[in-house]
Design a binder for this molecule. Structure first.
Ligand code: ZN
Length: 137
């Protein structure tokens, strides 16, 4: 919660308590105009408190939405910076000659480097994806 809103809610709650007491005290004096003014103050403060509570909720929702949009933007920026080129059954970036897994990118848009197979496993394939375990020739 924004500190200023918290402080405003505390102030209004305090004023609301005072206005309730003011209503009680003025009712004993039987001055109708003063009693009505005290009641009006109490109503206005209760409404202000309600508005602030709604703003607090709206603020929290906007913060969450902002966070989610920033994450999506970051994902899009990451994808755009990784323009992949399909070559010899694997994906490569323009700048690097390191291959990436085709299955992981096509299925989940994840850019996963494939690892070279050990010399003992070279008969099976040249690269293996550490995530989906696909072997590439
Ligand atoms: Zn993979």
């Amino acid at each position: 919660m924004i500190p200023e809103i918290s402080a405003a809610i505390r102030s209004i709650s305090g004023a609301l308590d005072l206005s309730k007491r003011l209503v009680e005290v003025t009712q004993k004096g039987e001055n109708v105009e003063v009693v009505n003014m005290a009641i009006d103050i109490k109503v206005e403060l209760a409404e202000a408190k309600s508005i602030l509570a709604n703003l607090t909720i709206e603020n929290a929702e906007l913060k969450l939405e902002n966070f989610e949009l920033r994450q999506k933007l970051q994902e899009l920026e990451n994808q755009q910076s990784e323009t992949l080129i399909f070559k010899d059954g694997l994906y490569y970036t323009e700048s690097e000659d390191v291959p990436f897994c085709v299955g992981c990118y096509d299925n989940n848009k994840k850019v996963i480097r494939v690892n070279p197979m050990s010399p003992m496993m070279a008969q099976i394939g040249k690269y293996e994806c550490p995530v989906c375990k696909t072997v590439y020739q």
